[in-house]
Write a protein that binds this ligand. Structure first.
Ligand code: XIL
Length: 499
């Protein structure tokens, strides 16, 4: 199928690719990870066979790991999982640093102590953790759109009383925890990406079409702190709570977060199979299919994790929400498993190679146009763990080495009337201590927001310079910044100068 509108944005032509027979292989071919939450006593062969990402279900939470002064303790379970992931070629999502629940000895701690713990935990495993959930469940239940009033959010202070915590005089545990985490990652030279994770934030609306205020609040947080936040986790514990349904606007909500330039993950997926008291859809397998398809249709949705292997071993066993029955290492596939595998094997509908910068938005790809015989367009080899960034809708437009010790390349993710540009600054043969990237935007294009860089202007020729924490780039290494804008962003030729 070709979507014509001045640009080709979708491709699903070609012969059917041979279907993969494991979730991890099918996902890798489609350019995302498919993971599982696990515990050290449940590392059965199925974990490495079916999944290429692992989240510690409990052993990397503060109640296991943290001492009251922010030190580390009881790291052996986490080590076991990280080592298992490494030897099975799986990514790790670290879970979780700042959380009101399972806080253990950190309950009631100050920001300074949280910062100590954040530093110790990130440094302990470094780049072995591909993604860390820095802040978990910051927002209140019942679709109020407010922060929780439990610790650590009781430390938040709205200095000017304007109803948010985004002003420079405000105290915000989310902002401060991410700033600390970003500093630690930068100082250590780690590739770890930093995520915020929550539940009931999956759709644009909740039951009955009411706006999802919790999702909107999360969106505002990510937009305001985009320079520190790399990824957003939608927990996706779907059940018959009116705020926990699978709404038809799930994909649109994933897309709007992706349009901020962050990766999106489905982090804790389970789907209640009891449909008697809810409107979540037409059966568990079909519901799994919908969720997987919504992710596949958004290029920056780069991973899905199910919250456990089998129903009986799930934290919510009565909902029978997972992909396998059985237990203790002996598992049987459910219809939901087959549906997920089949959907993954269809691949993404977003082209990796032919999306021009003036393309139609990927969010306009109708879910009903899912091809049955598409060729996955991103060709991550099935045997390899996907990289943590799968920019399938972006097109690197140039890479211009300069004599000044750095080079820059851009990738553009565009839709009608808007764009997000990611810029990679790579140091040459020597370490640099500052950088300047000059870009000329086409007439009519305006920058509305930028992260991880200062900018000299919003239109025409714009100079982007490093911020305090990303000026130093070691020889051959890179850092990234980005910006968002209106209009079109074609023909960008970045020129990098090191200082
Ligand atoms: C759950 C675990 O699955 C349980 O074993 C534990 O008793 C409680 O926590 N949101 C999260 C996860 O972020 O950490 C929770 O995991 C489930 C809800």
């Amino acid at each position: 199928m070709l979507v014509v509108g001045g640009a080709v944005a979708v491709q699903s032509i070609g012969p059917a690719a041979a279907a993969e027979t494991t979730l991890r292989a099918a996902a890798a071919k489609a350019g995302l990870f498919f993971g599982v939450a696990a515990s050290p006593n449940r590392l059965y062969p199925i974990v490495g066979q079916e999944f290429n990402q692992l989240t510690p279900e409990n052993v990397m939470k503060p109640d296991t790991l943290a001492t009251s002064s922010g030190g580390l303790q009881n790291t052996s379970g986490a080590d076991t999982l990280v080592n298992h992931a490494q030897s099975n070629n799986m990514l790790v999502r670290g879970h979780t640093l700042v959380w009101h629940s399972q806080a253990g000895a950190l309950q009631g701690a100050s920001q300074a102590t949280l910062n100590t713990f954040i530093g110790n935990a990130i440094n302990r495993w470094g780049s072995k953790i591909a993604y860390w959930d820095v802040v978990n469940e910051a927002l209140e239940d019942n679709n109020t759109g407010r922060r929780r009033n439990q610790w650590p959010h009781t430390m938040n202070r709205d200095a000017n009383g304007d109803g948010d915590y985004f002003d420079s005089g405000d105290t915000d545990v989310i902002r401060d925890s991410f700033i600390r985490a970003k500093q630690v990652v930068q100082a250590g030279g780690f590739t770890t990406k930093l995520c915020i994770n929550d539940y009931d934030v999956e759709g644009l609306t909740v039951q009955g079409g009411t706006p999802n205020r919790k999702a909107n609040a999360l969106y505002d947080i990510v937009r305001n702190y985009r320079q520190y936040i790399d990824c957003v986790g939608f927990q996706s514990h779907f059940n018959d709570n009116p705020n926990s349904i699978i709404s038809s606007d799930l994909q649109a909500n994933i897309q709007r977060f992706a349009d901020l330039g962050v990766e999106v993950h489905i982090t804790e997926l389970d789907i209640d199979d009891d449909l008697s008291n809810n409107d979540i859809g037409s059966g568990q397998a079909e519901n799994y299919r919908k969720v997987v398809r919504a992710c596949l249709n958004v290029a920056k949705c780069t991973g899905i994790t199910v919250w456990g292997i089998s129903d009986s071993e799930s934290w919510r066993s009565s909902e029978r929400g997972l992909l396998f029955t059985g237990g203790n290492g002996s598992y049987q596939k459910k219809a939901a498993y087959t549906a997920v595998l089949d959907e993954l094997n269809k691949g993404r509908t977003v082209s990796t190679s032919s999306v021009p910068t003036s393309s139609v938005p990927t969010s306009s790809v109708p879910t009903s146009s899912v091809p049955t015989s598409s060729v996955p367009t991103s060709s991550v080899p099935t045997s390899s763990v996907p990289t943590s960034s799968v920019p399938t809708s972006s097109v690197p437009t140039s890479s211009v080495p300069t004599g000044g010790g750095c080079s820059a390349s851009v990738s553009v993710n565009a839709w009608t009337g808007g764009f997000v540009v990611s810029v990679r600054v790579t140091a040459g043969a020597s370490t640099i201590n500052g950088w300047n990237v000059r870009l000329t935007l086409p007439s009519g294009a305006t920058v509305t927001n930028a992260w991880s860089a200062n900018r000299s202007a919003n239109s025409g020729t714009v100079q982007f310079t490093n911020v305090s924490y990303n000026g130093r780039v070691n020889a051959g290494q890179y850092t990234e910044f980005g910006f968002q804008g209106t209009g079109t962003a074609t023909g960008l030729t970045p020129v990098c100068t090191a200082s």
